[in-house]
Design a protein around this ligand. Structure first.
Ligand SMILES: [Zn+2]
Length: 83
């Protein structure tokens, strides 16, 4: 079943369970740190309120976020190699 990524709850759920299948479909920014991550990042934040979902790494950068050094959300070529 394809999740509906226009639904905020679906995106939050993907982040919460670190769903690697969602990598490449969206990234999320952490408002407190100004860092953005892919959904499967091990350093996901605990609080939903501090998250903002973003369509692409480009959009995240334009929004003033920096790429996380752990999950490298700015390198799409590594996304495909995972799993
Ligand atoms: Zn990350």
């Amino acid at each position: 079943m394809k999740p509906d990524l226009t639904d905020d709850n679906a995106r939050w759920q993907a982040v919460r369970i670190r769903d690697a299948a969602m990598d490449g479909l969206f990234v999320y920014g952490v408002l407190s740190t100004r860092i953005f991550c892919r959904p499967s990042c091990p350093s996901r934040p605990a609080r939903r309120e501090s998250l903002v979902s973003l369509q692409t790494p480009e959009a995240a950068r334009e929004g003033g976020f920096r790429a996380c050094l752990r999950c490298r959300p700015d390198q799409p070529e590594t996304w495909a190699e995972r799993l």
